[in-house]
Structure formats: C-alpha cells, structure tokens
Design a protein around this ligand. Sequence first.
Ligand code: C2E
Ligand code: MG
Ligand code: MG
Length: 313
Amino acid sequence: TAEMAELVSNADIALYSAKSRGKSIAVEFQSEMTAEAQRRARIEAELRKALEQDGLDIVYQPQFDCLSGRLLGAEALVRWTHPTEGPILPAEFVPIAENSDLIVALGRWVLWRACRDAANWNAGTNAGVHVAVNISARQLRTEGFTDEVCTALKKSGLPASLLELELTESQLMSNMSVGIQAMQELRAAGVRLSLDDFGTGYSSLSYLQSFPVHSIKIDRSFICPLPNGGQPIVTAIISMAHSFGLLVVAEGVEYPAQLEWLCDARCDVVQGFLTGRPMRLEQLLAIIRAEEEQKDTRSRTPVAPRPHRVPTA
Ligand code: C2E
Ligand code: MG
Ligand code: MG
C-alpha cells in the first residue's frame, strides 16, 4: 500500500502539472516532478507562516489618465521576501496559494491592508485616488465575500467608489453564475470592477456583455509589440470596450512611443514601468502630494496638461 500511496501521489503531481499547462491536456508523471511538488509544498507552508507573522508586503503601481496625465489610482501588488531565498515573485507563489485555501487568507490580508492604505492616502485630499486589488476566483466564490469587502471599507473608512477589484476572465469562467452573482452584489455595493489580463482568455463579446465590469485592462502581451505591431487588435479592443461603455486600461506600458500611440488610440488609462514601477507606499504618497501641489498652482495659473512623468529609478 506504500506503493499505492506513491502511485496516487504521483498521479496528483502529474495532475497539477497538467492543470498548470491548461485545459484538456494529459501529462505523464516524470520523477523530476517530485522535486517541484516538494518545493511547492514547502513554499506553501512558508507562505502560510509569512502571512501569520505579518511577513508580506504590498507595493503600489500608479495608474494615470491618458488625457490629463493625472494620477487616478494605484494597483496593490503583493510582495514576499523569503527569509533565505530572498524575493519570490507573485508569478510563482500566487498560483501555489491559489491551489489551496491559502489564497483566501492572503487575499483578505491584501484587501484590508490596501483599503487602510488608500483611506490614509485619500485623507485630507479630495483627489479621489482609488486602489485596485487583485481578487482570485476562489475568494470571489467564498461565502460572504461581499460582506467582507463592505466591512473592510467601513472599518478603514475608504469610500466604496475608491475600491476597484480586478478579476480575470479565465477565473470567472470556471463558475460563471456564482461569479456573476458575486460581481452584481459588489457592484450594487458601489465597488468598481475591472477585467484583468483582457485578451488572454476567450474574451468573447457575450462575456463582455454579461460581466458587470466598469473597465478592462488590456494584457501586457498586446501592448508589448506596439507601436509597430499589433495595432489592429488593440484598436479593436478599445473600440469594442468603449461601445460597451467601459474604460480601457493599458497594462505594461514601457516606452514613450507606446504611450503616445495609446493616447492617440483613445485608451483611457495607462499603467506600466514607463509611468511608474510598483513602489513602496511612501513613494506613492510623494506622488500624491506632488499632484496636490500641482493642482494648487494650476488653479491659480492655468497650465497645459502635464506630460507623463518618466521614472528616475
Ligand atoms: P497583474 O494583476 O496583471 O499585475 C500586473 C503585473 O505586471 C505586475 O507583476 C506588475 O509588476 C507587472 N508590470 C507592470 N507594469 C509592467 C511593465 O511595464 N512591464 C513589465 N514587464 N511588467 C509590468 P507582479 O507584481 O509580479 O504580479 C504578477 C501577478 O500576480 C499579477 O498580475 C496578479 O495576477 C498576481 N498578484 C499580485 N498581487 C496579487 C494579490 O494580492 N492577489 C492575487 N490574487 N493576485 C496577485
Ligand atoms: Mg491586476
Ligand atoms: Mg494583468
């Protein structure tokens, strides 16, 4: 029966590998997979510990209005520095957390911290700089998720309109009806919703119509070839989203020529290394303060919209 247990365990490992490669794929067990599975199990245990011991962090990446260059909001991105391995990317540990209930606890921690931070950065200003939080499908499907969001808003004092939740289409597809119901509840509570990594899933017209979102974020893979390639698809996405009354955010803008092309193409919001890397809260606060000062001078002496800042870091 030790053999039996091993067989089941190996099958499970191969299943994980198959799942991480997509749907309808068969994967044969390879012995190297055991080492990967052990690493995943270790990462999961250590991440759980980090979460309990307040060992995680959030960085914020600014989002700017294409027309005015104004700061509109910031996306909260979780960070983890492992005690011996150093920084581990969300691309590695978020999928591991998503494979268990750990993502629910992790997501809850990010949500509460992000609401608190955004309530603070909006205190004493009327700029209304929103915070965007990534929500995993498992979290969205948790019983009482909307109540939890409302409690986090109330306890932090952040207005619902300044919270945006980012969902991905592929995750919503796994259980459409539950997902859409939760989205409708959140929308009714005044929270904004956006469709992250847009274009990488099925992105069919009927989904755009049935998901009650306010905005879509065009995936970085479509922004990357701009401005010399890939224009037709981005033009089409922007015009399609606009005809549904949705705002368009471009992710992963790295070069001035991309920014210029996107602004000309009527993209609404940009987020990327060009306009601001994910940064510590203090750095974001400095940008918010600078915007406030700009606004003060602007109200006295009208000036043309300021061009996007190019990061110094
Ligand atoms: P995402 O939500 O699509 O976040 C955007 C990712 O693109 C971030 O990676 C960001 O650092 C990166 N990025 C932004 N601008 C640029 C650019 O100009 N060039 C390039 N090359 N990359 C850019 P990050 O922080 O490593 O996060 C990766 C993913 O992990 C996120 O993708 C999101 O799906 C997930 N994630 C991060 N934090 C959380 C969280 O708190 N909860 C959940 N459920 N997922 C999270
Ligand atoms: Mg996101
Ligand atoms: Mg994305």
